[in-house]
Design a protein around this ligand. Sequence first.
Ligand code: FES
Length: 290
Amino acid sequence: MTVTDISRRKKFFAQGNAYVPHIVVIEKIIEETPDTRTFHFSFKDEKLRKDFIFESGQFAEYSVFGVGEAPFTISSSPTRRSHLECTIKRVGRVTNALHRLGVGAEIGFRGPYGNGFPLDYLQGKNLVFIAGGIGMAPLRSLIWSVIDNRDSYQKIDIIYGARSPADLCFRYDLDLWGRDKTINLVTTVDKGDEGWSGREGFVPQVVEQVAPSASDAVAIVGGPPVMIRLTFPVLKNLGFAPEQMLTTLEKRIKCGIGKCGRCNIGNIYVCRDGPVFSYAQIKQFISSEY
Ligand code: FES
């Protein structure tokens, strides 16, 4: 796709009222865990379906008509364009309403918003993906994008943890990544059950044990705030500089387009300046606000 194509498509999506959603149709629903589902969906409008572009790490606002809207990252990869995916945990009014919908239901979609992961910066590097629970969703988009352009990157480590085996999302991806000889996949759970033969331990501890090299590497961290906060010092001890650590935040996003002022951390707006940040950009806020 040429630069002209990209700018033409961005212009196309910038037209009209930014608050009016496009209609998308749910095509498939995957039960990830007892409270988390991945929705496969496509635009109802043929032209939108063909022209829509986004970057790994960007998010969108999803609305259930008559209930409300909420922001979620796009969890599929821009390199796989047959449909879009988002992964949603049932935690409140909008997410409960989304979980009540079935295949064929129509929902609203505004986006994509925010920045994406900096592919230019990541290319040619060793990549260390570190995720907890549903925090894998944005990283998964990038992981598939990296796999689909495998020659542009060096070593891939993926460290993924959840509270229990039942809370691990994307098992079908974990299965494929585990069989890929070019990927070092480590999964862990806080507490295993009788069927679990893998590691036990919190993600930051496992990062310490795996000890990925910081040489020519970038670590991309996604998960609950406490996991992110505890993982950065471990990476720092392993030699990662603040610029070599990336994360994605979702704090208090409401409008998604820099208008409502709900998502600020210090002087940055998560929706407009992020949601992808380096630790260098957010380290002064991370302990007090996140
Ligand atoms: S969500 Fe409204 S300004 Fe960021």
